[in-house]
Design a protein around this ligand. Structure first.
Ligand SMILES: C[S@@+](CC[C@H](N)C(=O)[O-])C[C@H]1O[C@@H](n2cnc3c(N)ncnc32)[C@H](O)[C@@H]1O
Length: 474
């Protein structure tokens, strides 16, 4: 019969010792290290377990009590478990949450509820997969400082714009710009004005991606002309905050005016974008973005700050310590942002190829048939790196919340919540709650490999590691 092995969390349970204490004893050499399995996780044989039990009993006699910390948020966790997380009839597009499309973003009610229950005013909340900045916006509104990290350069722009306070007066050039483009759009639509001669796009258009086969395949000539003028005008705005709002408004309409089927399908379709349409869409998107940004700004208290970092979370990013993490991480086969955001990125002079290399979970990496195709082990290793980083930056005793669905990898179902919890517990987190959330029938998350996802999990972990860059009690 095969020998039974125990995982760290089982040993800590059987021996009645906190897993942090157990890990510390191992580090200090007070009990011998057990073997490790192919995932590099400790596996304890029955005699390893006996060693732990013996040492625990010895310590108990010498200096009881030895268990360290009581959970301080237990009432809040109980409350979180009783909430109806479906938020079926809630308005999810308030304030600036919808000024730019972003597939697979979570509804703002999720970070809002978690932030209210698991942090205090003045705390710092991080989203290491910030996407369209949902967590950042909610954190700032609730009087928390916000940190957002994302490897997608488009996310950096969206987050920076959406989490920046602006004054009504400073936005005057943007309202004027919106009006001018609306008027130009009307004039072009009525056929009273031609923007450029038909030969114009034979050459490189200043400040736009080169007129190569890509741009010709995906955009009508009249759209290329109008987007070029819009981009040129945006880049001439001197104030960075103002310029970035205008560029974001341009980016927000790129897919609608292209031949790309939608934000979640990178296939070509016939479009009927007429002269003047692109100007008019830009004008209304810009005016709306500015209005919503001003509205949000009036809700953000003066003393909170937002920090947006463009970077790959697997590269040990340097950032301040935080009190709460709330995110919806990328997971295998869920999406390919580098692909679906390609047109927007190229119009913004961003590099989709560089992001492609860093993107976690992309459908492209997991559906590849080559020997370097990503697998469940790839994702496990990435989760381990991410959680180790979080354990060093998140203050001890505080929480990390992950909202995630399941994956299918090469036809095999993978329960991402279980994988995350197993790795997290091995690193030194404790599971506080794993809440199941049904997705609205009409608003299910999209997963190209397995279609619509019907439900997802909200996994709440507590950082119980003792050795940490961030000191406890803050
Ligand atoms: C599900 S989305 C997050 C959406 C976000 N919760 C929102 O509401 O907008 C996952 C994000 O992970 C980002 N991402 C993928 N790989 C990454 C990496 N290696 N480092 C940092 N971010 C990454 C993607 O760019 C994407 O924005």
């Amino acid at each position: 019969m095969a020998q039974k092995y125990y995982q760290t969390r089982e040993v800590s349970k059987i021996a009645g010792v906190h897993r942090d204490t157990l890990l510390r004893w191992l580090r200090e050499g007070k009990i011998p290290e057990p073997k490790r399995n192919r995932n590099n996780w400790r596996i304890f044989s029955p005699s390893d377990l006996d060693n732990v039990i013996e040492f625990t009993n010895q310590i108990k006699e010498e200096q009881p009590p030895y268990i360290v910390r009581e959970p301080s948020y237990s009432d809040h966790i109980v409350k979180l478990q009783s909430i109806d997380w479906d938020f079926h009839d809630a308005n999810t597009n308030y304030l600036n949450h919808s000024i730019h499309p972003y597939p697979c973003k979570f509804i703002p009610q999720i970070p809002n509820t978690l932030i209210q229950e698991l942090s205090s005013i003045g705390d710092t909340v991080i989203d290491p997969f910030a996407g369209s900045g949902t967590t950042l916006v909610e954190a700032l509104r609730l009087g928390r400082n916000a940190i957002g990290i994302d490897a997608n350069p488009l996310s950096e722009l969206i987050c920076r714009v959406k989490s920046t306070k602006i004054e009504q007066d400073a936005c005057r050039p943007l309202f004027e710009m919106a009006e001018q483009f609306s008027n130009m759009g009307q004039t072009l639509s009525s056929g009273q004005m031609m923007l450029f001669g038909n030969d114009y796009f034979k050459d490189t258009i200043p400040g736009t991606p080169e007129v190569d086969s890509w741009i010709g395949d995906w955009f009508d000539p009249c759209v290329i002309h109008e987007l070029s003028v819009i981009k040129d005008r945006c880049l001439k705005l001197e104030d960075r905050k103002i310029r970035e709002i205008a560029l974001l408004a341009m980016s927000s309409i790129v897919v609608t005016v292209s031949r790309q089927d939608s934000d979640t399908r990178y296939v070509r379709k016939e479009t009927k974008i007429l002269p003047g349409d692109t100007f008019k869409k830009f004008a209304s998107s810009l005016a709306e973005a500015v209005r919503k940004q001003i509205e949000l700004s009036s809700e953000i208290p003066g003393n909170v700050v937002s920090t947006v970092i463009h970077g790959n979370i697997l590269e040990d990013i340097d950032c301040p310590a935080f009190n709460l993490l709330v995110c919806s991480p990328p997971y295998p086969n869920a999406f390919s942002y580098h692909l679906y955001h390609r047109s927007r990125m190229l119009w913004l002079d961003m590099d989709p190829a560089a992001f492609k290399k860093e993107e976690i979970g992309s459908h492209r990496k997991y559906s590849s048939k080559g020997k370097n195709a990503a697998s469940i082990e790839t994702f496990s290793d990435e989760l381990r790196k991410i959680l180790s980083w979080v354990s060093r930056k998140l203050r001890s005793g505080r929480h990390a919340c992950f909202v995630l669905g399941d994956s299918t990898i090469k036809g095999k179902a993978v329960k991402n919540d279980e994988l995350l919890i197993e790795i997290a517990e091995d690193i030194g987190f404790s599971l506080e709650a794993n809440i199941n959330r049904n997705l609205k029938a009409t608003k299910k998350s999209f997963n190209p490999k397995i279609g619509k996802i019907k439900d997802e999990h909200i996994v709440i972990l507590r950082n119980d590691t003792e050795i940490n860059d961030a000191k406890p009690g803050m």
